[in-house]
Design a protein around this ligand. Structure first.
Ligand code: SAH
Length: 499
């Protein structure tokens, strides 16, 4: 019999991916199967490794969620297959997360498990709304209550006890019963002037807050057309949000940005945007897949002595080439006779990070400039090795051929669109594109979506041209740098806030 796997009940936090714990991140990155529900933030879903199987058991518009018994059974089934199973849940798994129920079957079958607590929405959503759940002189206890009745039963909230305790009361899953809850509290003798708040989609760029009193909160809530998920906070502390609100006030605090760069290269841009308060969803639209059992490359490497130049057209190419060398146990000193060329600054950096200096990089970062520049520099009788994408542009090899330069164009990797689980695009989102291929990958990912509403922030004209083809609203950064893209995003977010 196959050895049993293991299950991790993992709390994803309220939505902001940076509120996932370090342990949660490590466990998620090692998952083989991820079973998640609706409340898990888009930014966290995008951290699920490509190699993991994803199972969505949450409610999607129009369809029902997978019943609890079925989820329990799935966990057991995959664990019995020997998998590392992550059960990813919004907030904390044990705060109205039915985490305990999911453990029953596992413990019965002696499946090993771990619990990774998460930051519960009950305290973090108020924090992002400028509401401390306790505060000296205002509230000395917190009560977290479900506003959701069990099937076929009426709500059973101990209003009197709660009102008597006098602390902050937090209702999860309560917005559909908001009217009843406010009435219940009033009948139990709470002051009609007691402040209350409804906090929608906390810790995201779309978070909103309605503050009132127990007497008028329901009306205000209707007026604001609050959507789920939302929590209700009742208590004097709600008053403080007027003074302590902060999340939306950050320069990009109300902007969600979708970053489509391949994951490894996304972090600089994402980091700058997060620093400014943006909600960043990394949604790599392409991924590079190294070719396996690559005999052409094998021959080129064993015959490396015949080459004079190596030309790289992407940082991925550099990385994969050196990986290949290492696997084949080829020492870097075997390359000492070679001159290196790079298409642009990121590729150059990838080469120079390996302590190999680059001989040539064109002043304009594209294939044509690279090819023409090489044509002027490569001597007669010299031979050029080009390890690159299977889909590499013919422009490079055509120009070299025209100039009678001997080359070997060796496929090293393929570029594939990332098609896994698209997120729902929201109208105010900005999407960043750093190459034409990221645009193509993105368009393939959303075959049915109306892209005419997508606001695309593009790094340069070539990328912009590709985005225009699919009808997106295109904005181009002043320069081809990450800083310049961030500047553009700041300007667009400001414009939106004014309108
Ligand atoms: N285990 C979760 C709660 C699950 S119950 C936790 O610890 O947070 C689901 C309820 O949580 C929702 O109905 C809503 O009331 C609340 N909730 C979860 N995420 C939220 C968010 N980002 N903003 C507002 N409310 C949220």
């Amino acid at each position: 019999m196959k050895q049993n796997g293991k299950v991790w009940l993992l709390g994803a936090g309220p939505s902001d991916p940076e509120l996932l714990t370090l342990k949660g991140k490590r466990v998620l990155e090692q998952a083989e199967v991820v079973i998640y529900d609706k409340l898990v933030g888009a930014g966290i879903l995008s951290m699920i490794p490509d190699t993991a199987q994803r199972i969505d058991v949450g409610k999607t518009a129009g369809s029902h969620p997978v019943p609890q018994e079925e989820i329990n059974r799935l966990l057991l089934e995959y664990a019995q297959k020997g998998k590392r199973v992550v059960r990813l849940k919004g907030g904390d798994p044990f705060v109205f997360g039915r985490g305990g129920e999911e453990l029953e079957l596992l413990s019965k079958h002696q499946i090993p498990f771990e619990i990774v607590p998460g930051i519960t929405s009950a305290v973090s959503v108020p924090a992002y709304g400028g509401i401390p759940v306790t505060h000296r002189n205002l509230s000395s206890s917190v009560h977290i209550v479900t506003g959701h009745a069990q099937k076929g039963k009426a709500l059973s909230i101990p209003y009197e006890a709660l009102v008597q305790a006098g602390g902050t009361i937090i209702f999860l899953m309560g917005v559909s019963a908001l009217k009843e809850i406010c009435q219940g509290l009033l009948s139990a003798g709470i002051s009609p002037q007691m402040p209350g708040a409804v906090l929608e989609r906390g810790t995201t760029a779309y978070q909103r807050r309605v503050v009132g009193t127990v007497s008028d909160l329901y009306e205000k809530f209707l007026e604001a057309e609050i959507k789920t998920p939302a929590i209700i906070v009742v208590g004097e502390v709600c008053r403080l949000s007027e003074k302590f609100h902060w999340a939306e006030d950050r320069p990009l605090g109300r902007q969600r940005v979708i970053v489509t760069r391949p994951r490894k290269r996304a972090s600089i841009l994402s980091g700058m945007l997060r620093e400014l308060g943006a909600e960043v969803v990394e949604l790599p639209s392409i991924r590079t897949v190294r070719l396996r059992r690559n005999t052409l490359l094998g021959q080129a490497i064993s015959g490396i002595a015949v080459y004079d130049w190596v030309v790289f057209t992407s940082p991925e190419g550099v990385e994969l080439f050196f990986e290949e060398l290492k696997e084949r146990r080829v020492d870097v000193r075997k390359l000492s006779h070679l001159k290196f060329a790079a298409i642009g600054s990121a590729t150059k950096k990838a080469i120079e990070d390996r302590n190999i200096l680059v001989e040539y990089m064109p002043s304009v970062y594209n294939t044509e400039y690279l090819a023409k520049g090489l044509a002027r520099r490569v001597y007669r009788k010299e031979r050029v090795l080009i390890p690159r994408s299977v889909k590499g542009s013919k422009v490079l090899t055509d120009i070299l051929a025209e100039n009678h330069i001997a080359y070997d164009d060796i496929p090293l990797y393929d570029v594939k669109p990332e098609l896994q689980h698209p997120i729902e695009l929201l109208p105010e989102d900005l999407v960043t594109f750093t190459s034409a291929s990221t645009v193509k990958g993105f368009v393939e990912r959303f075959p049915k979506a109306d892209l005419s509403k997508v606001r695309a922030v593009c790094i340069g004209e070539q990328t912009a041209a590709e985005a225009r083809k699919s009808g997106m609203r295109v904005f181009v950064s002043r320069m081809a740098t990450m800083e310049s893209m961030v500047e553009k995003i700041l300007a667009l977010a400001k414009e939106k806030d004014k309108s």
